[in-house]
Design a protein around this ligand. Structure first.
Ligand code: PEP
Ligand code: MN
Length: 348
C-alpha cells in the first residue's frame, strides 16, 4: 500500500503517517519525489485500517499496489532507480553501462590482461567468476578467494568496478568483501536464502533471470532482496530455454521492455549466455541496447580457444574493441552515450 502525500505536505505530516503505520505494526518507507512524497507500507497482510491513514493531515490518497511484487513495481516508485557504483558509473540512467570480462577468473595474467584491454576500450565494470556454478561437478569450479583477490587487483589497476557471483548464502559475505556488485546466477534465481543473504550484504546485486523463469518470478526474486533492505538491484536478461538448438538460449529482449514497464529497477542484457555463440554476441548486444537495456554484460577472453569455460561465446579482445566502437555509435544515435568511469585509478 502507498500513502501519497499532498504537494507541499510538511515533514511533520510525513512523520505522522510513518508513526501511524508503525503503530499499526507495519514498516514505513518514505520516498521523497520531485513533486510529492510517497510513504510505502510494507507487510500489508490485508488488515490495514485504510481509513486511519486517509484521514491523516497532508494525505492526498491511498493506493493499493496490485502486483504481487510491491517495492520493485512501477506503482511503488514511478521514477527509475539509478544505482551509482564506487567508480562513479550510474546504472539505470541515460548512459549505457558495459560490463565485460571472462566467464571465469583463470589466472593473474588472464584477468589483468582482459581488464586492461576492456577498460581501455571503454568497459567500466569487470566481470569474472571466482565461484562458478557449473552444470557438471567435474567442470572447473573457480579459483575461489584467490579469484576474488585477482579481481580486486584488476580493479585497482583499471578503475573498473567488479561484479562476481556468490553461489550460496555462506559465501555472500566473502564475495561482498571484494566485489562492488554481487551477482546471483540464473541457476540461483530462486534460491531464496541466497537472495535474502545478498539483500543484507550492503552491496548492489545483479540478479540474473532463471533459464525457465517468468518475468513475474524474476521480479518476485528481486523483491526478496529489496525486502531485506537492499534497494540497489540490477536485473539481467540472460536467455531462457529454447526449443530450437541454433542458440544455447533464447535471449528474450521483450523482457527488457516488459521489465521497464513493470518495474523501476534497471535491466541489462547478457548476449553471451543468451546466445552461446561468439558470432551472435555482437548483433544481439546491439539489439539489446536498441531495445532500451540499461547496459550489457559481455564475455571476453584473451584466448577464447583456451578458456576453461564458455570459450565458444567469449569474444576475443580485438572483437570486443570493435563492439565497443559500434556501441558508442549506436548509443549516440539513440541520444545516449556509453558510461565512463569518473576517474581511472593509476595504472602502475
Ligand atoms: C555467468 O555469468 O558466468 C553465468 C554463470 O551466467 P548464468 O548464471 O546466467 O548462467
Ligand atoms: Mn559464462
Amino acid at each position: 500500500m502507498l500513502v501519497v502525500m499532498k504537494h507541499g505536505a510538511s515533514q511533520e505530516h510525513i512523520d505522522g503517517v510513518v508513526r501511524a503505520i508503525e503503530e499499526m505494526g507495519y514498516a514505513a518507507r518514505p520516498m521523497p519525489g520531485t513533486q510529492r512524497t510517497t510513504v510505502g507500507l510494507v507487510g500489508n497482510d490485508g488488515r490495514v485500517e485504510e481509513a486511519r491513514l486517509v484521514g491523516l493531515e497532508g494525505v492526498l490518497r491511498v493506493i493499493h499496489v496490485s502486483q504481487p511484487y510491491k517495492q520493485v513495481s512501477r506503482e511503488w516508485r514511478e521514477g527509475d532507480t539509478v544505482i551509482e557504483l564506487p567508480n562513479g558509473v550510474r546504472i539505470g540512467g541515460p548512459e549505457v553501462v558495459v560490463m565485460a570480462g571472462p566467464c571465469a577468473v583463470e589466472s593473474r595474467e588472464q584477468i589483468l590482461t582482459t581488464a586492461r584491454r576492456v577498460a581501455a576500450a571503454g568497459a567500466t565494470v569487470l566481470r569474472g567468476g571466482a565461484f562458478k556454478p557449473r552444470t557438471s561437478p567435474y567442470s572447473f569450479q573457480g579459483l575461489g578467494e584467490e579469484g576474488l583477490r585477482l579481481l580486486a587487483e584488476a580493479r585497482d589497476q583499471t578503475g573498473m568496478a567488479v561484479v562476481t557471483e556468490a553461489l550460496d548464502p555462506e559465501g555472500v559475505a566473502l564475495v561482498a568483501e571484494y566485489a562492488d556488485i554481487i551477482q546471483i546466477g540464473a541457476r540461483s534465481m530462486q534460491n531464496y536464502s541466497l537472495l535474502r543473504a545478498a539483500g543484507r550484504a550492503g552491496k548492489p546485486v545483479l540478479l540474473k533471470r532463471g533459464m525457465s523463469a517468468t518475468i513475474k518470478e524474476l521480479l518476485l526474486a528481486a523483491e526478496y532482496i529489496v525486502v531485506e533492505g537492499e534497494p540497489r538491484v540490477i536485473l539481467c536478461e540472460r536467455g531462457v530455454r529454447n526449443f530450437d538448438s541454433h542458440a544455447r538460449n533464447l535471449l528474450d529482449l521483450t523482457a527488457v521492455v516488459t521489465v521497464k514497464e513493470l518495474s523501476h529497477l534497471p535491466i541489462i542484457a547478457d548476449p553471451s549466455h543468451g546466445t552461446g555463440a561468439r558470432s551472435k554476441v555482437g548483433p544481439m548486444t546491439r539489439a539489446a541496447v536498441a531495445a532500451g537495456a540499461d547496459g550489457v554484460i559481455v564475455e571476453a577472453h584473451p584466448d577464447p580457444a583456451s578458456a576453461v569455460s564458455d570459450g565458444a561465446q567469449s569474444l576475443t579482445l580485438d572483437q570486443f574493441d570493435v563492439l565497443m566502437g559500434e556501441l558508442q555509435t549506436l548509443a549516440a544515435a539513440l541520444g545516449r552515450s556509453v558510461a565512463r568511469a569518473r576517474a581511472l585509478a593509476s595504472r602502475s
